[in-house]
Design a protein around this ligand. Structure first.
Ligand SMILES: [Zn+2]
Length: 309
């Protein structure tokens, strides 16, 4: 806890240009929390993160409502963000995607080539390639966006959603490796992601119920930071139907222990979870001894430094 908080403090302060020492010490891999809430509106953005490599924003992980606002508040430079990882297509994770495209295009110097990853479709949920088409493709709601500010093109890959699908590598270039594995989030297809860069590793659980924990634990093995969406309390404190969608704190702690992650950041926080943060922490502590912190919007987290600071 102490070491993670120290790292967080250092890099929140690194947002300000007057801190020359911090600015010169950009870690290889960082995460900026754009939205730590969702889906209820209570002052936090829906789930969204920006991943920075060597201090440069490069990867958008989910695009919940509020991401656009936080990007502007932080003054993030989007010029090199070309990769989008969507854990699933619920509104609280994807509602600002078109707004992100719009924001990115307005400061672009030339054509933008996006690569987008997200789950395959099932039931009411379109596959990710169809989702992007429905937004900005021919006949899509915001078709104009493809040439608004900059010419945009999209390569979209639909990822397997069966729980027995093998973990797969979807990006491997210049030291950056992104891997994914299917999870389970009720009837909504979902995946988790692992990002590795220069010996630092962060894993994003997305929203998932406990049935997918073996997959998550495998993907998160020995990661420096696991960002786990913590939307419910331990049973029976939350509505029973939510346990078919989300993993309770006790099992989050067990997953962190089983995967051997070095630190844990809880996000996608709900008001009742926040009001009982001590109980949540205690429940996780029953299994997991590493640093545990609660996310907030605009939090900046260096990855891989917690163990040394
Ligand atoms: Zn959600």
């Amino acid at each position: 806890m102490k070491t993670l908080l120290l790292g967080i403090t250092l890099f929140v302060s690194a947002l300000f240009p007057t801190c020359a020492r911090c600015a010169a010490a950009n870690p290889a891999l960082e995460v900026v929390v754009l939205g730590s809430g969702g889906p209820r509106p209570f002052g936090r953005g829906g789930s969204s993160f920006i991943v920075l490599l060597d201090g440069t924003p490069r990867i958008l992980v989910d695009a919940g409502p509020g991401a656009f606002l936080r990007i502007g508040e932080l003054g993030l430079d989007l010029d090199n963000v070309d990769t989008v990882l969507l854990t699933h297509l619920h509104i609280d994770h994807s509602g600002d995607l078109a707004a992100f495209f719009n924001a990115r295009a307005l400061s672009a110097d030339g054509p933008i080539v996006y690569r987008i990853f997200g789950p395959d479709g099932a039931g009411q949920f379109p596959k990710t390639s169809r989702f992007v088409d429905l937004l900005v493709g021919q006949g899509g709601a915001f078709e104009y966006q493809k040439t608004f500010g900059a010419d945009e093109s999209f390569t979209v890959r639909d990822l397997p959603i069966a729980l027995d699908s093998p973990r797969s590598k979807i990006v491997d270039e210049k030291g950056l490796v992104v891997e994914e594995i299917a999870t389970h989030h009720g009837d909504c297809p979902s995946v988790a992601y692992r990002i590795s860069y220069k010996n630092a590793v962060v894993v994003f659980s997305g929203d998932m119920d406990a049935s997918a924990l073996p997959n998550l634990a495998q993907l998160a093995k020995s990661a420096d930071l696991l960002i786990f969406n913590c939307a419910v309390l331990d049973p029976p404190a939350s509505p029973s139907q939510l346990y078919d969608l989300h993993t309770p704190p006790k099992k989050i702690g067990e997953a962190a222990r089983d995967s051997g992650v070095k630190s844990l950041l809880l996000s996608h926080l709900a008001p009742d979870v926040l009001s009982r943060d001590d109980a949540v922490r205690k429940s996780i502590r029953a299994s997991y001894a590493g640093p545990v912190a609660f996310a907030s919007d605009k939090l900046r987290v260096p990855v891989g430094r917690q163990a040394t600071e």
